[in-house]
Design a protein around this ligand. Structure first.
Ligand code: HAM
Length: 419
């Protein structure tokens, strides 16, 4: 066992091949889908002035307990991003792109959470944010985009939960009603929930302590506190999802962990693994966020999907499997000369992926390396081939055997065979 200092910090992990290739492929699938829907990539910095993230809510766990904050050497108060919506909205305020602005992103986020399976301190997300329209069809488009992405990965056990938190006033009224409800029977709440109630009444609904269950079950319903306007907006989101044939469940207790949400909120859960960490993505509207950051008041809606958890769902469902080879061709050269050096370069320049063995190993050892590489064809240059200006091509996957070609026609022959 390595010295603990030389192990990845708690809540982080190295992603090695082939998992790294699978992640890249997942991001590529996501990029194709969102770019086909008019979203363009934004790459925000991984850290911001801490005030940017304070907008996620002073009472949220993310801000209160989980932020990686520090003062840099210039005395700036900096935080590693715990999510990217706030960064994208900050970027919107800074650059004022034309509306609607449809942005997508992919990359790591940092939260000092209790590390466990599916819950990490550094985790990747892919996501979109659309700023400008209030149109409920944009909410539906965002949800549909995530849904189509999960479909493309081959996931079949994803559930979509939706809710509406209403406008800022509805939300405030509901929070007051919730507070009243819980405060009326404070004695039967768990100690944790009593302290949550003081700072963030909505989050009490998220408690899974058995002693809180009855009071939570009897709590007032968010959907009864919607203004006519918010209710109509939510109805249209539902009608649009129905039109798109995307199945959903209304979950009036769905409270998300960040404070900027108004109106539509949603979450995707996977039925393929345990409840605790089964949220594989989530999002919603945040119509007041831009204004709160000093930008012109601009509605927005978006989502982020957890890459780590999505891949766990893929593992559990046997979907989106990793590829098992790195190169198409492996060059075996036992002459001690430059054949492997020159042939691999020639192949790569022609667009054929190629690797080779090192340190002048024996034929047997190089052939073992060729097999391990997963390549389809071995190019073999031994003393006989070197003398006659040829190379042997051996089929490593099928039973096509081995044949000999002129050294000058290796690339051409391989291009034809690998088609
Ligand atoms: P979030 O629900 O905090 O929302 O995170 C979205 C997803 O990121 C989660 O559903 C989960 O899959 C993944 N995730 C979150 N925390 C962790 C963790 N510690 N370890 C592993 N995966 C994690 C947001 O971040 C919002 N910015 C989403 C959004 C975009 N809302 C509007 N636009």
């Amino acid at each position: 066992m390595a010295d603990p200092i030389y192990r990845a910090p708690k809540g982080t992990h190295d992603v090695l091949w082939p998992e790294s290739a699978r992640r890249r492929a997942l991001v590529a699938v996501f990029a194709d889908i969102v770019e086909a829907a008019g979203y363009t990539e934004v790459v925000p910095p991984m850290f911001e002035h801490v005030e940017v993230f304070r907008r996620l809510g002073d009472a949220t766990d993310v801000v209160r307990k989980e932020m990686y904050e520090f003062e840099d050497r210039g005395g700036r108060h900096i935080a590693l991003r715990p999510e990217q919506t706030a960064s994208i909205v900050r970027s919107f305020g800074e650059h004022r792109p034309t509306l609607p602005w449809k942005a997508w992103y992919a990359g790591p986020n940092f939260r000092y959470e209790r590390a466990q399976k599916g819950r990490f301190r550094q985790f990747d997300q892919v996501g979109i944010e659309a700023l400008g329209p209030e149109d409920p069809h944009l909410d539906a488009e965002a949800i549909a985009t995530a849904w189509r992405f999960y479909e493309s990965l081959g996931l079949q056990q994803v559930t979509l939960l939706i809710n509406s938190l209403g406008g800022p006033e509805d939300r405030a009224n509901y929070i007051a009603a919730l507070h009243g409800h819980f405060a009326s029977d404070l004695g039967s709440l768990s100690e944790e929930s009593r302290s949550t109630l003081a700072t963030n009444p909505l989050r009490v609904l998220d408690s899974n302590r058995p002693e809180d269950a009855d009071l939570i079950a009897a709590a007032p319903d968010m959907l009864d506190h919607l203004s006519a306007d918010a209710a109509a907006h939510f109805d249209q989101v539902q009608a649009a999802l129905t039109g798109l044939e995307i199945p959903f469940t209304i979950q009036p207790r769905l409270v998300r962990g960040l404070d900027y949400y108004v109106r539509t909120t949603f979450e995707f859960t996977s039925g393929a693994f345990d409840a605790a960490q089964n949220a594989i993505g989530g999002g919603g509207r945040y119509d007041g966020l831009a204004e709160a950051m000093g930008a012109p008041a601009t509605p927005g809606v978006g989502f982020a999907l957890g890459v780590d958890r999505t891949l766990m769902a893929c593992d559990a469902e046997g979907a989106f499997e990793a590829t098992s080879s790195t190169v198409d061709v492996f060059v075996v050269d036992t002459t001690g000369g430059e054949a492997a050096l020159l042939i691999t370069d020639e192949l790569r320049r022609a667009g054929i992926s190629a690797d080779r063995a090192w340190d002048g190993r024996s034929m047997k050892s190089q052939m073992r390396a060729a097999d391990r590489s997963g390549a389809a064809i071995a190019v073999i240059v031994g003393d006989d081939e070197a003398e006659s200006g040829t190379a042997s091509l051996r089929d490593l996957r099928g039973d096509a055997g081995q044949d000999t070609v002129q050294r000058s026609s290796i690339t051409e022959t391989l291009l034809a065979r690998l088609k």
